[in-house]
Design a protein around this ligand. Structure first.
Ligand code: TRP
Length: 333
């Protein structure tokens, strides 16, 4: 049976942290066996903020290396840079003719950017959802693993797909839907107890996949705790529950159960608890960091992966564009 097609874009800005790992990447890794996956670094999208060319290039290499280090296997999925697939901007141009200024201006993420950066409201920012739709529709994907913040963009992709099909009387584009991981997509809170780790503005409360061993230890030892529960069966405060969640994700089950027992009977010592969590976290992140570093130090290898990925992606994308051109009437010989 034909596998379902999955597309997801990886932002090339910012450093990957535990929130990204347990919220998204771990699920990409699980999906690569059961779906036909297209995962790409969204370098065109990053141009909305005019990054320095050297930074852009290094960020793309780094984010690619980190994703591979976390388990993405380029022999199982198409792993590529968006800008290496010219069919994407071509479909984006076609879809722009079906996207209305009014609907684009209403998108919450656009309005938020306008509020934050009123001096850089460029057309690329306005049409960001059209480019994202092209990313997805170019492979005729049906599943898109994204977070809640991207649901609106996905709804627009469905609209553009329908509009195209309807205008040109074809059934070229299926409707893409968000892929929800359910319990698989864990939310990781910031170590200071303020909000999600992904939204954290406090680098000391976020564990990055490139943090060295001592930095990881320091951050965990500084995580917010209190004097401990006073009566058996006390409710666990959020910031403690978060540390237990992390322990469940990176420590052995018996270790986790042991500390949970100590919490429940009020004999927990948070110093010991955090020391154990810190060591297990170091064991967890160290191999990822080492692998990512090995890859970033070997650009030839990353370039080869990117080239192969682009080739795979273009095979699928060019089939779609042939159909799209035909539907529109853009075919002359
Ligand atoms: N907009 C997504 C984000 O900010 C990244 C992205 C770009 C994407 N194109 C995509 C995600 C296509 C899924 C599919 O995270």
């Amino acid at each position: 049976m034909q596998k379902e097609i999955v597309v997801s874009g990886i932002r090339s800005t910012g450093f990957l942290h535990l929130g990204n790992y347990f919220g998204a990447m771990r699920n990409y890794v699980r999906m690569q066996e059961d779906y036909e996956c297209y995962f790409f670094v969204a370098d065109y999208h990053s141009l909305t903020t005019h990054p320095d060319p050297k930074d852009l290039r290094n960020n793309v290499y780094r984010v690619l290396a980190e994703n591979i280090a976390c388990g993405l296997d380029h022999t199982k999925v198409a792993l590529y840079a968006q800008s290496d697939v010219p069919e994407i901007p071509e479909l984006y141009l076609m879809m722009n003719m079906l996207a209305y200024k009014g609907e684009l201006e209403k998108v919450p993420t656009f309005k938020e950017k306008v509020r934050q950066h009123p001096d850089n409201v460029n057309a690329g920012l306005l049409t960001y959802p059209v480019l994202m739709a092209a990313d997805i529709l170019v492979h005729r994907a049906v599943k898109v693993p994204v977070g809640k913040d991207q649901e609106q963009h996905l709804e627009m992709a469905r609209n553009f797909a329908q509009r195209f099909n309807h205008r040109y009387q074809v059934e070229l584009f299926p409707e893409p839907h968000a892929f929800n991981f359910g319990a698989g997509g864990a939310k990781i809170m910031s170590l200071d107890g303020n909000g999600k780790m992904s939204k954290s503005e406090n680098a000391n409360a976020t564990i990055y996949l490139n943090d060295d061993d001592d930095t990881i230890r320091k951050k965990i030892m500084k995580a917010k705790t209190d004097s401990g529960p006073e009566a058996p069966g006390s409710e666990m405060p959020d910031y403690i529950a978060n540390l237990f969640q992390l322990m469940q994700l990176v420590s052995r089950e018996d270790v986790y159960n042991d500390f949970l027992g100590h919490f429940n009977n009020c004999t927990i010592r948070y110093g010991d608890f955090k020391k154990q969590l810190a060591e297990d976290m170091v064991q967890f992140i160290n191999p990822i960091r080492t692998k990512a570093l090995e890859l970033t130090n070997d650009p030839a290898r990353l370039q080869k992966i990117l080239r192969e990925g682009a080739q795979k992606a273009r095979e699928s994308a060019s089939r779609t564009l042939t159909e799209a051109r035909k539907a529109i009437g853009l075919h002359y010989y």
